[in-house]
Design a protein around this ligand. Structure first.
Ligand code: HEC
Length: 157
């Protein structure tokens, strides 16, 4: 029995370790609550990475988090970045550049403030741009917001 357990243990462990760090694609997020939008133009410090028009969405748990000031496990926040195109004196949405996602799970993502970070290029669930680089690529900047549970945006009525 002991032999069997240890054999199973070795087989299962790597799978668990991999699954523990994966941020799921936020299926159905376009039906969640819209929090805010913003246009980042050329000349802004974050233009290189985040230039364009973005919309932020929150699932139900995250919505409670904005109101409480602390986000419960299961909260998911989405940063939907599209190109901004000037058209006839208006800025309109172009193709999707990247979908940024934050998932709250204090156990799985303890190393990055309890939040898992991922980016999906063009919004494609199969094109992950962050993977194991969340600490440098995302958390390094979000860490400034420690007092607000690592979230920048806030809820307005
Ligand atoms: C240089 C700083 C910086 C980096 C790096 C950064 N973010 Fe953000 N992020 C922001 C700011 C500022 C906002 C708020 C934007 C707004 O108010 O519209 C934000 C907002 C978000 C939100 C909405 C929740 C919130 O905090 O308001 C998500 C989701 C998000 N970012 C994901 C990511 C992911 C995933 C990465 C890594 C690929 C990343 N961010 C890297 C600065 C950064």
């Amino acid at each position: 029995m002991k032999r069997l357990m240890s054999a199973l243990g070795w087989a299962v462990l790597p799978l668990c370790a991999a699954a523990a760090e994966v941020v799921e694609y936020p299926e159905g997020y376009r039906n969640w609550t819209h929090v805010k939008s913003m246009v980042i133009e050329q000349g802004h410090a974050l233009y290189e990475s985040f230039g364009g028009i973005h919309h932020i969405y929150a699932n139900e748990s995250a919505l409670r988090g904005y109101r409480a000031g602390e986000f419960p496990d299961g909260s998911v926040l989405v940063f939907d970045l599209l190109e901004a195109q000037a058209e006839d004196h208006a800025l309109v949405e172009g193709p999707r550049k990247v979908l940024g996602v934050m998932v709250k799970d204090r156990t799985r993502f303890a190393a990055t403030g309890g939040w898992g970070f991922e980016g999906f290029a063009g919004g494609d669930p199969n094109q992950r741009v962050v993977a194991d680089k969340a600490a440098e690529a995302c958390f390094a900047c979000h860490a400034q917001q420690r007092e607000r549970d690592y979230v920048f945006s806030s809820w307005r009525d």
